[in-house]
Ligand binder design. Structure first.
Ligand SMILES: C[S@@+](CC[C@H](N)C(=O)[O-])C[C@H]1O[C@@H](n2cnc3c(N)ncnc32)[C@H](O)[C@@H]1O
Length: 254
């Protein structure tokens, strides 16, 4: 399949299957945040909603049509397969901004090394989020995620973008009905820091990556397996009503 047939589109389907059908070296930039496998958690809060920081999190319900609860090894293998496809699709001067979160499970640090090992990670950016409430006196309120910049050898930032530093303090979006959206400021910053012409988000969700791509005059391609999120993204891109909350939950991951 030629990617030209899919630019500026929101594709509803499995991203790995879709990416496997595309030709080599056709994408300038991936900006993406996969599901974090949060329900596969040793902490009681996320499993069943008992107390703690998760008691009011939208992700207690999982994603639409996807419960985010894979055996850890399967999850890592899946994510490695996704990154392998992204690398195949990248042009020699392309890059992936891959957002994830570290956590401790049963006393072991999951720093996502199992996923990114062997890929050409050039830098780790800290995304310092704000807000949240932690009712658990056993640990400090978590406030950051990581963004792995995984780059092909010829990738270069846009002029002067290197001045931004590697710790980005950006508030999460509280007005988006998707359970785990990017804030536009984050995707704005990533996309405007590159010279990419075509930006792809294989876990497109509510379409934030596309909104920023359009804002900076780039082409986009979004993929998401959820029909509901694809419709949300399309309405948002077309400027229609899209961010109506379906219930009273706080869409806050902390
Ligand atoms: C962290 S969210 C992405 C949110 C997005 N960055 C935004 O701003 O709204 C992860 C998304 O991955 C989607 N997803 C899960 N499995 C998928 C798959 N196999 N293929 C494509 N999308 C998938 C979920 O439906 C969810 O919308």
């Amino acid at each position: 399949m030629s990617i030209d047939d899919f630019t500026n589109k929101v594709i509803c389907g499995d991203c790995l299957e879709f990416m496997r059908g595309l030709e080599d070296s056709c994408v300038d930039l991936f900006v993406t945040s996969p599901p974090y496998n949060l329900k596969n958690s040793s902490g009681n809060g996320m499993k069943d909603g008992r107390g703690g920081k998760w008691s009011n999190a939208a992700l207690l319900d999982g994603y639409d049509g996807y419960d985010d609860d894979m055996p850890y090894e399967d999850y890592c293998a899946w994510q490695r397969n996704c990154l392998t496809e992204m690398m195949r699709l990248l042009k020699p001067d392309g890059a992936v901004f891959y957002n994830h979160k570290w956590r401790v499970q049963n006393g072991l640090l999951q720093d996502r090394h199992e996923i990114i090992e062997g890929f050409p990670v050039r830098q780790v950016i800290i995304w310092k989020r704000k807000g949240g409430i932690n009712f658990n006196a056993g640990y400090f309120l978590p406030t950051y995620e990581v963004i792995y910049l995984i780059a092909k050898p010829e990738f270069k930032l846009a002029d002067k973008a290197n001045r931004l530093g590697d710790v980005w303090e950006i508030k999460q979006d509280m007005n988006n009905p998707h359970p785990a959206p990017y804030p536009e400021e984050l995707t704005d910053r990533i996309i405007s820091s590159t010279n990419a012409k075509l930006v792809v988000d294989p876990f497109g969700g509510s379409g934030t990556t596309a909104i920023s791509a359009i804002r900076y005059g780039r082409k986009y391609l979004l993929i998401d397996r959820s029909q509901e999120y694809c419709e949300m993204a399309r309405a948002r891109i077309e400027g229609g009503e899209w961010n109506v909350r379906k219930d009273s939950r706080q869409y806050n991951l902390w």
